[in-house]
Design a protein around this ligand. Structure first.
Ligand SMILES: N[C@@H](CCC(=O)N[C@@H](CS)C(=O)NCC(=O)O)C(=O)O
Length: 198
């Protein structure tokens, strides 16, 4: 059984949501970052970055929320959390899966810290560009790939929920509100929210 290392009220939320969507039994291993549990040698052997979420599957270990999305979607194909190999939608799936940590995350940090960057050199451009691109992509919906929900929605939806709804780092927009509401209506999201609250 997979083991998910998580901490309340943290980025672990996306992995909790993912595991709840996957619908397979998993073990939750509380790794409370407020107690320093992420700095023990046992945990650092799983994620040398000392950050949650992290996942153990047999002898395999990994971390980084988006990588966990990709891994679990592949391990449990019946859950249909990723377009299968060869499906043309896979291009956009990978794009959004990488966009979440590559663009949404740094945009959030930039908004929170107000650090000025050269937008040509910064890989995510700037927060305005990131949120404009997301706005256009979510204008139609219902999901980031169109009709089918996927693990990319878990990566993007968790990031947007944090940035615009929970921490109000960026002003919301009608497309974001509709999308976050749709994500939040999913039973797996709701179960994960209860768990993540600690
Ligand atoms: N890049 C990581 C970020 C994970 C992360 O920053 N986790 C925070 C909690 S939200 C953490 O574990 N912090 C504990 C620490 O740095 O000591 C991911 O996407 O999973």
């Amino acid at each position: 059984m997979m083991k998910l290392y998580w901490s309340p009220r943290s980025r672990s939320f996306s992995s909790l949501w993912l595991m709840e969507e996957a619908g397979q039994p998993y073990e939750r291993v509380l790794t409370d970052i407020s107690t320093g549990a992420q700095k023990t040698p046992e945990f650092l052997a799983i994620n040398p970055m000392g950050k949650v979420p992290a996942l153990k599957d047999g002898d395999s270990t990994l971390a980084e929320a988006a990588a966990i999305c990709a891994y679990v979607a592949e391990r449990y194909p019946a859950a249909k959390l990723a377009p299968p190999l060869g499906d043309p939608l896979r291009a956009k799936y990978l794009y959004w899966l990488f966009f979440a940590p590559g663009c949404i995350e740094p945009a959030m940090v930039q908004l929170a810290t107000k650090i000025e960057m050269n937008s040509v050199a910064a890989g995510w451009g700037d927060a305005q560009r990131v949120f404009d691109v997301l706005d256009a992509a979510l204008a139609k919906g219902p999901w980031i790939l169109g009709e089918s929900f996927s693990a990319a929605d878990i990566a993007v939806g968790s990031g947007l929920n944090f940035a615009v709804r929970l921490f109000k780092m960026a002003p919301t927009r009608p497309s974001f509100d509709r999308y976050i509401d749709r994500c939040a209506a999913r039973p797996a999201f709701q179960r994960a929210s209860v768990i993540a609250a600690g």
